[in-house]
Write a new protein. Structure first.
Length: 264
């Protein structure tokens, strides 16, 4: 028969050690349960499948992380519980310096989790806004000629929102405001530069199209441009379609201004 007094005596003589181990076990169990609860809820809500089809998943694959954004948030919360348990456990052992280190990390983890959530939401919002911009630009474009401008505008809108999301995430992580301002300026300049380069070939044709309408060019007009003679079958924003015999040519509108044209 087990001697209760013996067990009590062992516990009393090693109470600090047993409390230390107990807190660690509770922390491990708590972290495991919290992570699985988050994953189960996300699966029920369908968030896991949404994340797997998102662009952020491609970033995770490049970084070697096999889970989704939900998995990452769940892991961060799990480690929050683990580190909280470690801080409490070392406090029981009166190892205050080590306990303080873990406590400092614990206070910082919620900001990391919130920053990850902000990035995920920001990427979804940027993609949605980009699609809206693309659809607005393409509205009424039956020939598909605005697809180039729509793609550029959509990409630029996405990049701007990505930058804003990154800045918010950095601010939540406690990064110095001055450094954030510098990062914002550099990223916005880079985005603007890419936008200008993208528009370099589109803008001349767009402006040429406006000029051509002013001089009265229209469908069924017979013209000669860039060595091609024929009849205009489609007159678009960025290009003009000319039928010459059995052949059809699609000529950028900028060629009409650059090379000149002759209306027959």
């Amino acid at each position: 028969m087990v001697d209760i007094r013996l067990i009590t005596g062992i516990y009393d003589s090693n109470i600090i050690l047993f409390n230390f181990i107990g807190v660690l076990l509770l922390g491990y169990l708590g972290g495991f349960l919290v992570k699985n609860t988050i994953l189960r809820i996300s699966k029920i809500m369908g968030l896991d499948e949404i994340m797997r089809s998102s662009k952020i998943q491609m970033v995770f694959k490049e970084l070697g992380y096999k889970g989704t954004a939900i998995n990452l948030i769940a892991d961060v919360v799990k480690w929050f519980v683990y580190l909280l348990a470690l801080s409490s456990a070392f406090e029981i052992l009166s190892m205050h310096e080590i306990s303080t280190i873990f406590a400092v990390v614990v206070r910082y983890i919620p900001n990391i989790a919130i920053s990850i959530a902000v990035i995920v939401i920001g990427i979804f919002a940027a993609d949605l806004f980009g699609r809206i911009v693309s659809e607005l630009v393409s509205t009424g474009d039956k020939t598909g000629e605005m697809s180039g401008i729509a793609a550029i505008s959509s990409s630029f809108a996405r990049v701007v929102l990505y930058i804003v999301t990154l800045i918010i995430a950095l601010r939540l992580l406690g990064v110095d405001p001055t450094a954030i301002t510098v990062v914002m300026a550099v990223l916005l300049m880079a985005a603007s530069g890419l936008f200008v380069l993208s528009m370099r070939d589109v803008a001349p044709s767009f402006m040429a199209g406006i000029q051509m309408k002013k001089v009265g060019l229209k469908e069924k007009d017979k013209i000669t441009v860039s060595g091609i003679s024929g009849t205009i079958t489609e007159f678009g924003t960025l290009s003009t379609t000319i039928k010459s015999g059995r052949k059809t040519f699609v000529i950028p509108n900028s060629h009409f201004i650059r090379d000149g044209f002759e209306k027959v």
